[in-house]
Ligand binder design. Structure first.
Ligand code: DLZ
Length: 155
């Protein structure tokens, strides 16, 4: 999937409580994603930000569900899954994607999807919001989560 066509999102998230749930595999990329999400939330004036680390992307849905139970207005889910030589990649990606979708749709709480699913580490670094990266997927996921809270409130 290309990053071309991404919208420019500017929203005011003042007063919102946002929880960032972040996996821990692939440290350098994850540090970039978490930092990007923090920058975007600060730019959106979100002052109540908490970050919860879980071991892997497979654990993101249960952490997102708990964040919702604890009153988060939005969740930002961040992870990096790198394809290996076995079908494990597909199972972890599928579980994370389906689980996060389920949490969001069932609860009505937006979950920004910042899980990178890449063929190799370079693809992930290119999207991690680090110096030299072409894209900042942590920031994009945070902006999407906050923008969706605002959009849902207008309905
Ligand atoms: C096991 C595993 C593997 C092989 N690769 C990744 C990965 O690239 N990214 C990631 O976030 N997690 C990976 N995991 C760990 C699983 O997500 C999960 O934490 C374990 O299977 C334990 O439940």
């Amino acid at each position: 999937m290309s990053g071309a066509g991404a919208p420019s999102i500017e929203v005011d998230g003042s007063g919102l409580r946002v929880t960032v749930v972040a996996a821990s595999w692939h440290t350098e990329v994850m540090d970039g994603l978490v930092a990007g999400a923090r920058r975007a939330l600060e730019a959106a004036h979100v002052s109540h930000v908490s970050v919860v680390r879980v071991p892997g992307s497979f654990e993101l849905p249960v952490a997102a569900a708990r964040a919702v139970e604890h009153g988060a207005d939005a969740v930002v889910a961040l992870g990096v899954v790198i394809r290996g030589g076995t079908p494990h990649f597909e199972y972890v990606c599928q579980a994370a994607t389906a689980g996060l979708t389920d949490v969001s749709v069932r609860s009505g709480v937006p979950v920004g999807f910042g899980v990178l699913t890449c063929d190799d580490e370079q693809q992930a670094l290119d999207r991690a919001g680090l110096p030299g990266s072409r894209e900042d997927k942590g920031a994009e996921a945070a902006q999407a989560a906050v923008a969706t809270v605002v959009a849902l409130r207008s309905l």
